[in-house]
Every structure is written in structure tokens, then in C-alpha cells.
Design a binder for this molecule. Structure first.
Ligand code: AMP
Length: 486
């Protein structure tokens, strides 16, 4: 049975809680190539880790846009018949995971809007921090919104400016008003456009194919689509692909780069390169530095799969302690199956992971994971390992304690639910029942990423947000502003 979408309920929830979306975007420009939507479909498949709740594709044929979007995984949403209907020379796609408010296809992307000069489709990864304010101002002026997502504000503003401006100028005027994180892929007329916010918080890169170009949140999709990595879109840069040519406009200059550290820690796939650094190498290096910062005598290093695997191997290599398998993951348990409430979250650990008893029994184990957010996962796994006979369990985390909520597109809860915002490392160790607990330092993480300390956003670890936060967001401040014990 179709669930009813309660728009007002969702807006109320949005006001009470913060909005966070993890998303992946892709755009393919290939005039004359048949089946372009299929390329986007495959691209979205490779970006599925960035969002498992909804998926959508919009194809542009001579300025006319057709689209399809639904709740579900990419392969659940699309079939051959739908893909064949989405004919065009330019096609964009989106995968989304949101834990805010009600999940419903009305909030899925791409968004398609009809403006005076035609239509446009837009896919957005990131979060705006002034969305509430802009929405209210626009509603006061009579603008009607059909969704509760901040991306609709961007689409509505572009559509308003396009009456008197080119699409490029309309986007620039829009971006002068919005604040926050955005990697956008847009198609309108005969153009494919990519935009990255002035701080470069969310990633976006360009691939080159024989027929044209690809824009993507991550470079891991390029080999599958027969593309070679050209470069990252620069912070504050707009890429316009038109008549087979790629043009670039710098719409805002001089902002401090603030590339999201959590992409390297958790969100991105290890086979992607981001802003000049391989995600795999960053994770491996993080594990190596973690081994130096928090050594411990043990018999075996195990990973919490898959998020901790690369760092665990790095830890094992640097410490000389053998890497082994201690946990087996059920890969078919997706987020769509696990409802985001605490009871299900607790059960979900057992649904996802099982202990290899014969591997861990009687051993001193170092268990490496990429992050501790609420603290639920680590505690459950430590208990499972001890129940299986592990003699000691030493938890090592390849990122610093997450003390502050992300307002720019990473799914971290409000700070009162972040275990490290309320508790010391020793308290967390006791809570999760580990024999010892060691987190990577912020300096260690920055060294592991290695693209320049000043270019990385580590706000979730220290509260230094890349831009001032409006009051309604800032009220979700960290409980413990200054921490000494990490
Ligand atoms: P917890 O501490 O129980 O909230 O969960 C931490 C676990 O969730 C770690 O294994 C992480 O790999 C994983 N994790 C970290 N960040 C996220 C995120 N944004 N979305 C989903 N899982 C995450």
C-alpha cells in the first residue's frame, strides 16, 4: 500500500531536527550516443554507497526533459523499459539517503522545473545552511514549494532568474544567495552544467569519454563508463559543457577550501580519487598513523568490514601484528531495510555482522573501525567478540572523536546523540566494554589525507565550521566545547 506523504509533519520535523542528506550525483554528456540513461544508471550503481533511499534519472533531448525517480535502490527503481524511455543527449542522475522527516519519492531527485525558457533538471549533493530562511522569504513572496528539500530552493531561484538571464548567470545569481555545501549537476537547453560550492565541501569531478564528458561525485565510476579522469571541479567553479566543449567560470573566488574529511574517512569508495588523493591511500595511511599513535600488544588485527578494512590493513602493516578476519558481513542488509531508530539500529549490528569464532577465540584482538558516531556499533561488536571467546578487545578508530554534528551533508545526528560530545575517551571505553580505546588524532588524520591541512574541513571533530551557522542551526552546539583528552 502506498504511504501517504505528510508534508506538514515533515516540515515540523525538519524544524525540530537537522536535515542531513548523503547523496551521489552524476551527469553524462554524449550527443548522438544511444542509451545514455543506461550510462547514468551504471554510474548510479557505482555511487549506491552514497545513498540507498531513492534514485532518479532525468534525460534531456533537445531541451525536453523526461525523468523517473522512486524510492529504493538503483536496481529496484529502474528496469530496461524505464531506461529506454529516458532518451536524450544529456542525462543526469541522483541517489539519496536522508534520515530527516518522512521518506517519500516527492523528495527524490533530480528535481525538474519548468521555467519561462524551457525546463531544467537538477541533482544536488550537500546541505544548505540558510535553507529555512530562504524558504520563508520565498514563501512570503508567494513561491510555492512541492518538496521539503533545500535543493528545491536552488531550482526555484534559478527558474526565477532565468526569465531575464542566461542559465549560467541565473545559477551565479542563485549561488550568491545560498550558503552551505553543494555539488550540483544541472541540465537545461543543450547544456550539462556542474557546480561545486566555494569551499569545495562536497566532491565533484570530471571524466572524459570518446563521445563527451561525465560529471560525478566520485571518480570510481569512470572505468565502468569508459571514461578517463580529467580533473576535479575546483571550489567555486562552474563547468559548462556545450557543443562538445567544456568551459569553466569561477563564480566565487578566494574562499578557504574546506574539503570534507569524512569523505576520506567513511563516505567515499576507496577506489575513488578526491582532490588529488586516493581515498584508499588516505585510509591506509590513517591506519598506519593510528598504529603509531596507539600501539598495543595483541595477536591479531581485525577490521569492522567494510568501513574499517583499509585502515585495519594499514594498522597491521605498521604494527607488524597479523591482519585476520574476525567479522563476516552480510552484504545484503541495506539501509532501506534498517529503520533509523535506536532499537533497529541495535539489532542492525547483528543483522549485518557475525563473529568468526574460530578466528578470534583465545586471542588478543585489535578491532579497527573508521569511526564511532553514536557509539552503538562498537559496543555491540566488542560484546560479540568477547562472547565468542576473544581474550582482549582493543578498539582503534581511524578518525578522531566525532564531537560535532555535520551541517554540510554527512549523516551525523544532532550533537547530543554523538557519544564523544558528552563523554571522555575513557568513559566511551567503559561504555563499549573495550580493554583499550584509541582514536586517531586530528593531526594524524590531516597527515593521512595529505593534501594540506588548511584545505580540509574537520568541523565534525573540532567544531570549526567552514562558515558561520545561522542561529537555528547553531543552537545544536556541542555540549562540551573544548576537549583536552583526545
Ligand atoms: P555508531 O557509532 O553506532 O553510530 O556507528 C558507527 C559505525 O557507523 C561505524 O562502523 C561507521 O563505519 C558507520 N558510519 C559512520 N558514519 C556513518 C554515516 N554517516 N552513515 C552510516 N554509517 C556511518
Amino acid at each position: 500500500m502506498q504511504r501517504q506523504y505528510d508534508f506538514n509533519k515533515e516540515l515540523r520535523e525538519l524544524e525540530e531536527d537537522k536535515v542531513f542528506d548523503e547523496c551521489g550525483v552524476v551527469g553524462v554528456y554524449a550527443p548522438g550516443k544511444p542509451d545514455i540513461a543506461r550510462s547514468v544508471y551504471y554510474g548510479l550503481h557505482s555511487l549506491q554507497h552514497r545513498g540507498q533511499e531513492s534514485a532518479g534519472i532525468a534525460s534531456n533531448k533537445g531541451g525536453k526533459i523526461q525523468y523517473y525517480k522512486e524510492m529504493g535502490l538503483v536496481q529496484e527503481v529502474f528496469n530496461d523499459e524505464i531506461i529506454e524511455r529516458l532518451q536524450g543527449d544529456i542525462s543526469i542522475g541522483h541517489v539519496r539517503y536522508s534520515t530527516c522527516g518522512e521518506s517519500h519519492a516527492v523528495n527524490a531527485m533530480p528535481l525538474v522545473v519548468y521555467h519561462k525558457g524551457g525546463s531544467l533538471a537538477l541533482a544536488h549533493n550537500g546541505n544548505l545552511v540558510n535553507a529555512m530562511l530562504l524558504r520563508e522569504e520565498m514563501q512570503d513572496r508567494g513561491v510555492i514549494f512541492q518538496t521539503s528539500i533545500d535543493s528545491e530552493i536552488i531550482a526555484a531561484l534559478i527558474a526565477r532568474y532565468i526569465r531575464d538571464n542566461s542559465i549560467e548567470d541565473s545559477i551565479v545569481k542563485t549561488l550568491e544567495q545560498v550558503k552551505g555545501a553543494y555539488a550540483l549537476v544541472i541540465t537545461s537547453g543543450d547544456k550539462l552544467i556542474g557546480v561545486r560550492d566555494p569551499n569545495g565541501i562536497r566532491p565533484l569531478c570530471i571524466g572524459k569519454t570518446r563521445e563527451g564528458y561525465i560529471l560525478s561525485s566520485e571518480s570510481c565510476i569512470f572505468p565502468l563508463l569508459g571514461a578517463t579522469f580529467l580533473r576535479d571541479v575546483e571550489p567555486g567553479e562552474m563547468i559548462i559543457i556545450e557543443d562538445g566543449e567544456l568551459k569553466s567560470i569561477r563564480f566565487q573566488k578566494g574562499q578557504k577550501k574546506a574539503i570534507c574529511a569524512f569523505e576520506y574517512v567513511y563516505l567515499a569508495r576507496p577506489d575513488s580519487d578526491m582532490d588529488g588523493k586516493s581515498v584508499y591511500m588516505a585510509r591506509s595511511q590513517a591506519g598506519r598513523i593510528l598504529a603509531k599513535e596507539h600501539p598495543v600488544e595483541a595477536d591479531m588485527v581485525i577490521a569492522v568490514p567494510d568501513s574499517g578494512t583499509v585502515a585495519a590493513i594499514g594498522y597491521a602493516e605498521a604494527s607488524g601484528i597479523p591482519f585476520g578476519e574476525g567479522l563476516i558481513k552480510n552484504r545484503y542488509v541495506g539501509r532501506t531495510f534498517i529503520q533509523p531508530d535506536q532499537r533497529m539500529r541495535e539489532l542492525s549490528v547483528r543483522l549485518k555482522l557475525n563473529v568468526l569464532k574460530d578466528s578470534v577465540k583465545g586471542k588478543r584482538i585489535i578491532m579497527v573501525d573508521d569511526s564511532i558516531v553514536r557509539g552503538t556499533t562498537s559496543g555491540k561488536i566488542v560484546t560479540m567478540l568477547k562472547d565468542a571467546g576473544a581474550k582482549e578487545v582493543h578498539v582503534r578508530v581511524s578518525s578522531p572523536p566525532v564531537t560535532h554534528s555535520c551541517h554540510f551533508g554527512i549523516d551525523t545526528p544532532n550533537s547530543d546523540k554523538l557519544v564523544a560530545s558528552r563523554h571522555t575517551v575513557e568513559e566511551i571505553r567503559q561504555m563499549i566494554g573495550a580493554d583499550s580505546l584509541g582514536y586517531l588524532s586530528i593531526e594524524g588524520l590531516l597527515e593521512a589525507i595529505g593534501i594540506g591541512k588548511e584545505k580540509i574541513c574537520v568541523a565534525c571533530f573540532n567544531g570549526n565550521y567552514p562558515m558561520p551557522l545561522p542561529d537555528e542551526i547553531a543552537k545544536d552546539k556541542c555540549m562540551t566545547e573544548e576537549r583536552e583528552d583526545y
